[in-house]
Ligand binder design. Sequence first.
Ligand code: ZN
Length: 382
Amino acid sequence: MPHPYSSISRRNLLAGGLALATLAAVQPALADGSFPEPGPFPPRDALLTYADMIKALEKIERTSKGAVQVTTLRELGISPGVSEAGRDLYVATVGTGDTHVWLQGRIHGNEPYGTDTMLDVLKSVGSNGNPTFRRIRDELTLHVIPMYNPDGSELYIRHTVLQDGSGRRIDLNRDWAPNAFQAKESIAWYTYWNQVKPDYGLDIHHQGLKYADDGEPITMSLGISLAPSGPTLPGVKGGLYDVQTRQMQGQVYSALQGYGFVNIDRYSVGGGGNFYEIDIRGGVASAVMIGLNWQDMNPTGHSHPMVFFETYGGSIGQKSRGKAIEQNVRGTVALLEGLATGSTWGTDPLIWHDQIPHVPFVGYQTDGGLVTPWPAQGPVTP
Ligand SMILES: [Zn+2]
């Protein structure tokens, strides 16, 4: 979500639930786990392009026998319904349930695997006959956005680029804020979000290289863009989303423990022994929790919990690519299954604090800068 950071460290897990951090900058060791070393950066043409995505979506729609519907925001009558450079913005829906889930990839153009993940999940939910996917189809309606930022993806940059002559680059994940919405993509997707009024959301990113102090790569970090127990989230809906986002991530964490190649921690930023949780209100995942009402398009203040995954940056590398995508897919499916069956709400929100490894935090990274110190406030209880 925010910028990758260079520092390296992690935490350790104690059985009693205390997270004791061991701070050590470690050189990448040869991983002895089954998650391959990243290997060289893949050639750009090995990564999905905008045209690849459209082709894949059309194929998935065709083979799903009507289960998957692919459309563009322009076809839905949304204006502006295109990116800054005029590209159509694609969304696919699948499922017939009353619970609507927003699944978003590649809001940052140089974080490619959100696209692969979303296409894979879409294909499975659309066509796979096994009971898990059938249940997801029956209970949920998914709104799958494989490439939120097609312009940035084509340029392989984080941002989109304004076409007003300024050439200004806009981070689309800071552009859902009262005085923002500078890019067409933001207005288009926000308009669609207001039409859908989802119940839950997930956003997929990449982060910088990060190694555990045993030298093993952290293959994925789980994130909540408004820190639980932090400056904002406990005050939203009486703390409901503080609890629910932790349940969602706790479920993902627990489900992925069965896969030996996955090494998870909690998302953090900072370095040099000073680590922060993020509390950034202008990101999409935050704005939807706050219930942002921009230009009176959300007068009822609709809101919902939303979480994010951060794939290990080095795993963009050719060799670990398959596993990097696979862990995202498995995590996404675990979350969807939990939402479909309701098991998410039986998940202990304290897994977030007591089981998911994390560095010790000294404060929060907010829109206005770093806020310290870390408060002594305990977890919000259901
Ligand atoms: Zn990102």
